[in-house]
Design a protein. Structure first.
Length: 296
């Protein structure tokens, strides 16, 4: 086997462990390349049968339209169940408070909606597409990452995972986050996408787009961004390396429209994939603080 075969085999084995160890798992689906890759891996793990879990999307209401369209098309094509948790519902119920100001974002509010969705459907395990190379707090995670009854993550309570033995035993109310592609890198994902000929939302490829230069990054010009007279909107050739809420996900200038060129561009980049996420720059421990509160 080549290295992609080995990564694939490990991820498939983890997905089957989830099906065997948990009663009500779910696959967290953002419409991004990593969760799309998880869907392909789930197909290889469980076809011709149905997935032993639904897809769950936590929708901020400020997602890229291309991502939502792709999500709906993919779910229809694979014939699996999709559950959507709306951040707007959490705001309307008073359980989440919308941020104010020019740099307001709903990204952090996803945590509230995610925890509500987990409680509503009784999920005991949530599969996610996080990778250890994304961000330093991600590197502290185990593949089976236990969260307490409040959805909180404690890096000091991580379980050992020796010889690929995964411990899914939890107490009532606890939840486990599962990361089958934790050992993959961004380049591994792109090389796998190329090998498997996996379709992606168009925003991953270079395109003309109206953008606003804010906080040193190019943000998609959208109503959710609260554009005012002081903002300068321009049209540039850009693409997105990561997909999230439009208010915190920046584009990179690029001419790359071909997957081979994108792979080469990433291999030469000196900026991490998460370098385009504004929410990671709030503080040195921004991601870790969100994870301790129940974030993905």
């Amino acid at each position: 086997m080549d290295y992609l075969d080995q990564l694939e085999a490990e991820a498939i084995a983890i997905l089957r462990e989830v099906a065997g160890q948990f009663e009500k798992p779910a696959l967290l689906f953002s419409g991004g390349k990593d969760s799309i890759t998880l869907v392909r891996l789930a197909e290889k793990a469980f076809r011709p049968g149905k997935f032993p879990f639904p897809l769950v999307h936590i929708d901020t209401g400020h997602n890229f339209p291309e991502t939502i369209s792709f999500r709906d098309h993919l779910v229809q094509s694979i014939g699996e169940k999709l559950i959507i948790g709306l951040v707007q519902d959490s705001i309307d119920s008073g359980k989440a408070v919308e941020q104010k100001g020019k740099n307001a974002s709903r990204n952090a509010l996803q945590t509230v909606t995610l925890l509500e969705t987990i409680e509503k459907y009784g999920f005991d395990a949530c599969i996610g597409g996080a990778r250890r190379d994304e961000e330093k707090a991600r590197a502290k995670e185990r593949i089976f990452s236990v969260r307490d009854e409040f959805g909180q993550w404690d890096p000091k309570r991580q379980r050992p995972e020796l010889w690929n033995t995964f411990n899914g035993k939890i107490h009532k109310g606890e939840n486990v986050r599962i990361f089958p592609i934790s050992n993959w890198t961004e380049l591994d994902v792109w090389n796998y996408i190329k090998r498997e000929n996996i379709a992606l939302p168009s925003i991953y490829f270079a395109h003309q787009r109206e953008v606003v230069f804010r906080n040193g990054q190019y943000m998609a010009a959208a109503d959710a961004l609260q554009i005012d007279a002081t903002d300068e909107v321009s049209t540039r050739m850009v693409r997105f390396r990561t997909v999230g809420d439009m208010t915190c996900t920046a584009a990179v200038e690029s001419e790359k429209t071909d997957i081979d060129d994108i792979i080469l561009e990433i291999s030469q980049s000196k900026i991490s994939e998460r370098g385009a996420r504004m929410d990671d720059k709030v503080s040195e421990a921004a991601m870790e603080d969100r994870k301790k509160g129940g974030y993905f």
